[in-house]
Design a protein around this ligand. Structure first.
Ligand code: SF4
Length: 382
């Protein structure tokens, strides 16, 4: 169920079937990293079976016009969030007293909702980078739609997410242009499994199919967003190289991996000790935030995910009843996919580089700020 306890599951499968049957619509889909590590369980495959190619095949069979990967947008998130980390850190080290640290990740909508309600005095410390789901929708309905000559009103962007809070995130007003959402709606891993079963697709037997490009290409850094510690590790891979100007010899930051509720690590950046923290579960997040509020901060950067294990344990995934073996198996599946990717650092994704060259300009530039960043609201009852 929803980790903030405020959301009930909304089923969008009938709406999706209507859109797929409508010849006037172009319906595209993005799939979050954690989905591929768990969807197979709904078809009797063991936890940790990667079904990326089968999932893409099934989505094409269901009738989507293009099948893309949220991992592409996760790489884009690192470009923006990583630049924000570097910007704040450099100003802080230069003695700028207006800079507040730590910077907090902002890809998890349940976590964003939580701090808007409970920590409204700290709205200036989370990164302003939108989540990968929302970055994808924004780029799909601007850059890609313009390239393809598809009017915004004809384009339907659907996301397959491990998450129930993502349904609410699509509805936030700041992610709409003239009342039309960037991501029209999100369906969960379990809803997708039901659709595949309804369509009688022999999921375990189908061949692998590749994602469409350009928004289907990702690095290993984008893949590991699906597990706790993954966003931090992906950011560190890029931040290290950009800050030090040196190639990273080992991209595996084992110190930030695992399932303990709160993890700490110190990363050495040319003599500077970057202190990072990772928390999953909102109870752990609350303790960290209360320490910061009380002036006991020991971190420069913190990653927080609302669900135990991060998105692999999301409320829209096949039920795992708190079984940590299942979470480990799903996390390991993502680390395997990462290890097998030819590129493992977000800033090396050639399609992301092209997107900046052709359209966005630079990270944190005017267009990037408009399309890829957001702001937060005080939602406390007081
Ligand atoms: Fe959704 Fe992932 Fe956050 Fe869970 S951790 S609420 S699945 S974004």
């Amino acid at each position: 169920v929803c980790p903030v306890g405020a959301l009930t599951e909304r089923d969008y499968t009938n709406r999706l079937l209507d859109d797929l049957a409508n010849p006037d619509k172009v319906v595209i889909v993005q799939t979050a990293p954690a989905v591929r590590a768990a969807l197979g369980e709904e078809f009797g495959l063991p936890p940790g079976t990667l079904v990326t190619g089968k999932m893409v095949y099934a989505l094409r069979e269901l009738g989507f016009d293009y099948v893309f990967d949220t991992d592409f947008a996760a790489d884009l998130t690192i470009m923006e969030e990583g630049s924000e980390i570097l910007n704040r850190l450099t100003r802080y080290l230069d003695g700028d007293k207006s800079v507040r640290l730590p910077i907090l990740t902002s890809c998890c909508p349940a976590w964003v909702n939580f701090f808007e309600h409970h920590f409204p005095d700290m709205l200036d410390i989370p990164s302003t980078a939108r989540s990968p789901q929302q970055m994808f929708g924004s780029i799909a309905k601007s850059y890609w739609a313009e390239k393809m000559g598809i009017p915004r009103e004809k384009l339907v962007v659907v996301s397959i997410m491990p998450c129930l809070a993502k349904k609410y995130e699509c509805d936030r007003d700041e992610f709409k242009v003239n009342g039309i959402p960037d991501v029209d709606y999100s369906i969960s891993t379990r809803e997708l499994a039901r659709l595949i079963k309804r369509a009688n697709i022999g999921f375990t037997l189908v061949l692998d199919s590749p994602f469409d490009n350009p928004m289907g290409e990702s690095t290993g850094a984008g893949v590991i967003f699906g597990t706790t510690g993954g966003v931090m590790e992906a950011a560190l891979r890029s931040v290290y190289e950009i800050y030090t100007g040196e190639p990273l010899k080992n991209v595996n930051f084992e110190q930030v991996r695992g399932l303990s509720g709160v993890r700490r690590a110190t990363i050495h950046l040319n003599g500077f000790e970057l202190k990072v923290g990772i928390a999953h579960g909102l109870g752990n997040a609350r303790h960290l935030l209360e320490d910061i509020r009380n002036g006991q901060n020991e971190y420069h950067v913190i990653e927080i995910m609302a669900c135990p294990g991060g998105c692999i344990g999301g409320g829209g995934q096949p039920l795992h009843h708190g079984n940590s073996d299942v979470l480990y198996a799903r996390a390991n599946a993502l680390y395997r996919e990462d290890a097998n990717k030819p590129l493992r650092k977000s800033h090396e994704n050639p399609y992301i580089q092209k997107l900046y060259e052709e359209y966005l300009g630079k990270p944190l530039g005017e267009k990037s700020e408009m399309l890829l960043h957001t702001h937060y609201f005080n939602k406390s009852i007081d």
